[in-house]
Design a protein around this ligand. Structure first.
Ligand code: PMP
Length: 287
């Protein structure tokens, strides 16, 4: 593991941040998760754009061009052809009170490491999902489109999934519509169509989600954003999840009820192959 901390790169054991950092004290900050595949950082500029929007939403001043360089430098220092990168920008250290205006300098961190979210065996058989009892916060509470350091809602949903013996949690919004899973977007295949909830239903505008929607054109599949309910998942031909960390992952059940006839489904297999090919050949080269 290699870590960038405020201007220098070190090993994880010697990476330090202040206990007064408002990222730690209040979850005040934003982050991105990126992948290096075959020596290329996939969708680097898309990630930087989303981060830039998040920084603006939080009125956090940090130079996105510099942050892009931080990502590349950390990835180069890690020197692995395949890696996960976590870029974090916090409000920085300040007095104990919540007031963000008391923090003078944001903290910039970047972690390069390996990450496996679901073991390969799970990719072969599909994940078991449970519907989380906790709802996704509404956009006027804490906009899920901002990838903020406030992941308590996601962490509690994942904890509930683990406690109930499942692999992942499905999060609904306060209207009961599907928002997303704890760290992934949700796709449903029905009669050859590919459907995913709009961001306004509580989903992060996932970079992998966007790549899958683009790939649909090449694969001659109609992809649409559509408000979905649990009913749509239970009656789907296929369901799968997407995320930078997790990749494309098939789902085999929701609340102990089986989904689809074949897992992984035929459309999933086509998208997974196309995504593998895309991420191995597209992206900003490290060398
Ligand atoms: N939703 C949430 C809540 C996430 O944390 C993630 C992971 N970043 C995703 C969806 C998937 O987004 P992406 O494809 O950009 O990784």
């Amino acid at each position: 593991m290699k870590v960038w901390v405020n201007g220098s790169i070190c090993d994880a054991a010697s990476a330090c941040v202040s206990v007064l950092d408002h990222g730690l004290l209040y979850g005040d900050g934003v982050f991105e998760g990126l992948r290096v595949r075959e020596g290329r950082v996939f969708a680097l500029d898309r990630h930087m754009k989303r981060l830039g929007i998040g920084l603006k939403a939080l009125s956090l001043n940090a130079n996105v061009t510099h942050l892009r360089e931080v990502v590349l430098s950390t990835a180069r220092a890690y020197a692995e052809r395949n890696a996960y990168l976590r870029l974090i920008v916090t409000r920085g250290p300040g007095p104990l009170g919540v007031d963000p205006t008391t923090c003078e300098n944001p903290t910039i961190l970047c972690i390069a490491a390996s990450l496996t979210i679901h073991p390969t065996e799970k990719l072969d058989v599909g994940l078991d999902l449970v519907t989380a009892s906790m709802r996704r916060p509404a956009a006027d509470v804490l906009d899920p489109r901002v990838k903020s350091l406030n992941y308590l809602n996601n962490a509690m949903a994942k904890l509930e999934a683990c406690q109930r013996g499942a692999d992942e949690a499905l999060l609904l919004n306060s209207q009961g519509h599907v928002a997303e899973a704890s760290v992934t977007n949700v796709f449903v295949v029905r009669d050859g169509w590919l459907l995913t909830p709009p961001a306004s239903d509580g989903a992060l505008e996932g970079i992998t989600r966007e790549a899958v929607i683009r790939l649909a054109r090449d694969l001659d599949v109609v992809a649409r954003e559509k408000t979905l309910t649990r009913f749509d998942l239970l009656g789907a031909d296929e369901v799968f999840l997407t995320g930078t960390g997790a990749g494309l992952v098939p789902v085999r059940s929701l609340d102990k009820r089986p989904i689809g006839r074949q897992v992984p489904g035929p459309l999933f297999e086509r998208f997974a192959a196309a995504y593998r090919e895309l991420t191995a050949t597209d992206g900003v080269p490290l060398a």
